[in-house]
Write a protein that binds this ligand. Sequence first.
Ligand code: DC
Length: 225
Amino acid sequence: MVKNFSIAIDGPSASGKSTVAKLIAKKLNFTYIDTGAMYRAFTLGVIEAGLDPKSEEESNSLIGKISISFDEENHITLNGKDVSQRVRENDVANNVSYIASYKGIRLHLVDLQRKIAKNKSVVMDGRDIGTYVLEDADLKIYQVATAEERAKRRYKENLEKGIETSFEACLDNINKRDYIDSHRSFCPLHPANDSVEINTTDMTIEEVVDAIIEIAKQRGLTNGK
Ligand code: DC
């Protein structure tokens, strides 16, 4: 009988979660779900509507009025439009932590995340996947790296994507998001008790992927659908 498995990958901003999660999903033939992209898309919706992301009331007013989903290529869409590149830009990155701190928006997006993950084997990455969204995940990874290393990676990634930034701006954004993400009252960023911590500061992506696949194998998670 084919069983559904779930792997949760949490950790601070730019710790390499999405790159690793995507590769693991590919290797195991699971569906990858990027929950950060959903918070980013909501943030873009708020910006495009001319509302203030720092206002919880204004931001909450869009719940149920904008639609966020993934298309067949697994690209994030806002009201049916592919916004996967747009949500990486600075205006979204600088405001997303406010949006992610609003309980109403979190509950709405968590509901969506659980629906997307239903009846499939998934690798889901975010901040609260192992602690809240998929509390019963078969494997929980908590991926960390120093702020400097994460800023270096984000800076390089932005350059490759043609997004204008400086290393200092990346580091500043990461420090700010770390603080807001781990100090919010509802579902703050913290490792689940039963998570496996991986410090990726001095590891290559391949090494991280291999380490996680090894644990997945040990737990018998490699033949899901
Ligand atoms: O992983 P990312 O950088 O794309 O995430 C964007 C923001 O969304 C980040 O500041 C934290 C927030 N987030 C969250 O609070 N919970 C999640 N499950 C995923 C992301």
